[in-house]
Design a protein around this ligand. Structure first.
Ligand code: SAH
Ligand code: SF4
Length: 350
């Protein structure tokens, strides 16, 4: 660990502040910003538009990478790439790139581990290690953006669905999105981002009040409180009624559709009865349901549902006027389910 501040932890005004204490003209900060976020240059040695003494000073005073790729896995169809990164303090996180038609979607992490303890989730099973800084979140996107640039491609979408609960690390997550959204930098539109939350109600309300264009997804997975509390302990704190009230508040406040996620677990939450109960809960709410067969994990006995039952679940929802789609778990063969690779890494390390 170098102990130097990570350059991606700064927003543009903070970078300007630093450069002014170094008695550099103000435009330099923007130039450095553009080098990092528009040119996607990874290190001051590449900053050919800046004089050598300043490049050296940047290198001495800032860290330009907090993420060391440790394992890179490609799915057999080549469309999903997952990278396990080591952070300066030795913690591990994952980020995944998915190719789908014209889309280049990244799935990024906001915490090492997670405190929410959802029983079927590999990240939940490992417990909470720490929050990621905004810069550590940003750098996951820059890492893939640089690789894509070499192929003449660019990141089109970012889903905040990797390790961790983004609304438990609210400020850093939203600061990271703002940085990636900056018009002088990567300029990735707010609508290209989706945040998925387990259902932290105060944060959902705050997010609604901020009236952002960022998409919101809620991990629901059950349509009655007892089943949901068994799967997602957070439901004991914010029950379904409280959660759905917050979702209605969000939809009313922002006029935006809420996405609900439902991991189908065989004989646990995949019946037509549960689909009908879900439809009743969501009645009148501007929403969409994404149904994903469970990706089985080591510490949870539940199995994935069959494709037929997944389709039947969606059809039942559709009958009640709730739009729903079966999503494929991409990259199953590379443990691209949330937290699965880091869990294996933990196991190997001991
Ligand atoms: N903490 C946030 C975002 C990260 S998890 C959240 O829970 O929403 C991203 C999504 O993957 C969530 O919908 C989560 O419920 C789901 N998920 C976690 N483990 C899974 C598994 N083993 N199989 C299928 N989906 C899973
Ligand atoms: Fe955390 Fe989301 Fe996994 Fe639950 S599903 S343990 S909130 S990462």
């Amino acid at each position: 660990m170098t102990g130097l501040p990570l350059i991606y932890d700064l927003d543009l005004p903070q970078l300007e502040q630093v450069l002014s204490t170094w008695h550099e003209p103000k435009f330099r900060a923007r130039q450095i910003w553009q080098n990092l976020y528009r040119n996607l240059w990874a290190h001051p040695s590449e900053f050919t538009n800046i004089a050598l003494p300043l490049r050296n000073r940047l290198e001495q005073e800032f860290l330009f990478s907090a993420l060391t790729p440790k394992t890179v896995l490609k799915s057999s169809d080549g469309e999903t790439v997952k990278t396990l990164f080591e952070l300066p303090d030795g913690k591990a996180i994952e980020a995944v790139q998915m190719l789908y038609d014209e889309r280049r979607t990244l799935c990024i992490s906001t915490q090492a581990g997670c405190a929410m303890g959802c029983v079927f989730c590999a990240t939940g099973q490992m417990g909470f290690k720490r929050h990621l800084s905004s810069g550590e979140i940003v750098e996951q996107v820059l890492y893939y953006a640089r690789l894509l640039k070499q192929k003449g491609e660019a990141v089109t979408n970012v889903v905040v669905m990797g390790m961790g609960e983004p609304f438990h690390n609210y400020d850093n997550t939203l600061a990271a999105i703002d940085r990636l959204n900056h018009p002088d930098g990567l300029n990735l539109g707010a609508r290209r981002f989706t945040i998925s939350t387990v259902g932290l109600v105060p944060a959902i309300k705050r997010f609604a009040d901020e009236d952002r264009q960022v998409n919101l997804a809620i991990s629901l997975h059950a349509s009655d409180d007892q089943s949901r509390s068994n799967l997602l302990p957070v439901n004991k704190r914010y029950d379904l009624e409280t959660l759905l009230d917050a979702c209605r508040y969000y939809a009313a406040r922002t006029n935006r559709r809420v996405t609900f996620e439902w991991a189908l677990i065989r004989d646990v939450n995949d019946s037509s009865e549960q689909a009908r109960q879900l439809a009743t809960l969501l009645k009148g709410l501007l929403c969409h349901v994404n149904v994903i067969p469970l990706n089985p994990t080591k510490a949870y006995a539940g199995q994935a549902t069959t494709r037929e039952r997944a389709l039947a679940f969606c059809e039942e929802l559709a009958r009640y006027g709730i739009p729903a789609t079966v999503r494929l778990r991409r990259g199953i063969d590379i443990q691209a389910g949330c937290g699965q690779l880091a869990t294996e890494n933990d196991a190997r390390e001991g």
